[in-house]
Design a binder for this molecule. Structure first.
Ligand code: MEV
Length: 440
């Protein structure tokens, strides 16, 4: 393995990069090169599009794009696209969708669309002078950003508020411009960051010329300007409810099922070890839709987990209750999504995903995504409190194990049938597989 840093790497062609990689790291360079190239798309234009999403692209990394039909949300039927590698997630979504479609479906609503960005700066001076300066410069902050905000404002969005926050109790000299935005159907990261950088310039330059400042006070030091992925006021709710008696489960009375289900959610509400796994299951649904629709799943993850910990202890994102014979199950999460701009205009499969959803607005996509998270959680808890998770999970994993064993199509069909009434474990599949091959 090389110990020398590689020079001028970004200037090499794609083939040269692959050759360097193969020669440097792989025992069988030719095989590695062939495999990287096998994943290239024959359509050169399409491949170039993917190459240019990032730097140093060498090949494509496939994830399956699955669909979960029968999602009845606010009385409208959706087929939800999901990009995810984990077996059983899409199947679970489909099952939960069907279950609730027969019980009135999902309700969802957006409770806010406010996005946040901040200019972080250091000021060593009289706080009162800073406040007076802020009040004086505020109209100029809006004015200087007009070139950036004109289009968004025409469509009804733009800068909502700019607030000066004194953060010196947490860090000496630290203040911020805490800004909120309405970005309509765009996720808005570029718009927000451009506005913030303009605010920073106006704010810093204006201070130098502000007559009421002392010489020290004139030197406001901007540290950084960046949107926040914590968006507690860009929030969506989704819920399902039905009579407890309608929660008929194979092998478990409805009342017992409802009681166990509510307990399981309560446990995730009070116990962070459980809450993390519980929420991970919710994110199985959310991330899959976020990815399929070309949104930023890292931003969504960071924001949602921060929200789950907002009261000082990490807790469940869902709640469940039974009152007067009615079972209710709900989720509320912050979610900043876009249906225009970014990858949504570029990635051909993202475009198809959005078309499949009927070209939703950002608010509608927030609702669909929250429902996918709630459905996933319902499916997981339903399995956990009845059969256990492994039964369904391993059934779906069966094909992965058979693929690892290089089973033929005929053998796969045989084993899917064979394991219908048997427990799937890595060992049981391997043994049955070996027996079959020995007999052949
Ligand atoms: C697995 O990806 C997700 C679950 O662990 C979620 C949960 O435990 O609720 C099944």
């Amino acid at each position: 393995m090389t110990k020398r840093a590689v020079e001028g790497f970004s200037k090499l062609s794609k083939n040269q990069k692959i050759d360097w990689l193969a020669q440097t790291y792989f025992a069988q360079p030719d095989k590695a090169v062939a495999l990287f190239k096998k994943y290239w798309n024959d359509d050169k234009k399409l491949q170039q599009l993917h190459d240019e999403f990032i730097e140093n692209t060498i090949t494509n990394y496939y994830l399956p794009l699955g669909i979960a039909p029968n999602f009845l949300i606010n009385d409208r039927l959706y087929t939800i696209p999901m990009a995810i590698e984990e077996s059983s997630v899409v199947a679970a979504a489909g099952k939960a969708a069907k279950f609730w479609a027969g019980r009135g479906g999902f309700r969802a609503s957006v409770t806010g669309t406010e996005k946040v960005g901040q200019v972080h700066f250091i000021y060593e001076g009289n706080p009162e002078n800073l406040r007076t300066y802020f009040d004086a410069v505020k109209p100029q902050l809006y004015k200087d950003a007009e070139g950036i905000t004109a289009n968004m404002s025409r469509r009804g969005g733009g800068i909502s508020h700019i607030e000066l926050r004194d953060m010196t109790a947490r860090l000496p000299g630290y203040y911020q411009l805490h800004c909120t935005f309405e970005t309509l159907d765009a996720m808005g990261a570029n718009f927000i960051n451009s506005c913030l950088e303009q605010f920073a310039t106006t704010f810093e330059e204006g201070a130098r010329e502000y007559p009421a400042f002392t010489e020290t006070e004139k030197h406001i030091r901007i540290v950084m300007s960046i949107l926040s992925n914590y968006v507690p006021d860009c929030r969506v709710k989704a819920s399902v409810s039905c009579e407890v008696a309608a929660l008929n489960e194979d092998g478990m009375p409805a009342e017992e099922f409802a009681e166990k289900f509510v307990r399981a959610i309560d446990i995730a509400r009070v116990e962070p070890y459980r809450a993390v796994t519980h929420n991970k299951g919710i994110m199985n649904g959310i991330d899959a839709v976020v990815l399929a629709t070309g949104n930023d799943f890292r931003a969504v993850e960071a924001g949602i987990h921060a929200y789950a910990a907002k009261d000082g202890r990490y807790t469940s994102l869902t709640k469940a209750s039974v009152a007067d014979g009615i079972f209710t199950f709900e989720i509320e999460i912050p979610l900043a999504l876009g249906t225009v701009g970014g990858l949504t205009n570029l990635h051909p499969l993202v475009k198809l995903s959005l078309e499949m959803l009927g070209h939703p607005s950002a608010e509608e996509l927030m609702q669909i995504t929250a429902v996918a998270g709630l459905a996933q959680n319902f499916a997981a808890i339903r399995s956990l409190v009845t059969t256990g998770i492994q039964q369904g999970h391993m059934k779906m994993h069966l094909l992965n194990i058979l693929n690892q064993l290089h089973a033929t199509e005929a053998e796969k069909a045989y084993f899917v049938n064979y394991f219908k009434d048997k427990t799937v474990t890595h060992r049981s599949v391997t043994e049955a597989f070996q027996q079959l091959r020995e007999k052949a």
